[in-house]
Design a protein around this ligand. Sequence first.
Ligand SMILES: [Fe+2]
Ligand SMILES: [Fe+2]
Length: 161
Amino acid sequence: MDNKSRERQFRSILYELEGNPDIQKMKQYSQHKVSNTFTHSHNVAVYAYYLAERLKWEVDMRALVMGAMLHDYYLYDARKSSIGGYRHGIGHPLTALANADKIFELSARTKNIITSHMWPLTFLHLPKCKEAVLVNIADKYCAFMEMGRGIVHIEQVMGKM
Ligand SMILES: [Fe+2]
Ligand SMILES: [Fe+2]
């Protein structure tokens, strides 16, 4: 598959998921000061795909995009919730998995992406596939850009894909 076809495949899976009302729910929860969980997850999907292209890694595109869009599917506002910062940091990947698993058909790869995205903080949940490594890195990069630099859309700081 050439890069144009891969980009088409990436965009079609991304837009299909972003149009899903269950995914749209993430817009209610603010995250990283300037973003909400929906825009943050969009950024992670875009950046994880960008990294896969840069590294020329062949990836399972559906697992990558689903994992990126659902990695923070915990559905609460971390700053307003009574859950402390550390407990949220450690616990939200499994909450996201439990929520997502009720609604979506998740492959083993997608599940690994969700549960391992906070590694090494959650040291028992290691990224075990390329897609999980990409989302793990993209999540940290996007969180830094959102919190540290006030970037809402990661496309603002990326070169042309
Ligand atoms: Fe997270
Ligand atoms: Fe995240």
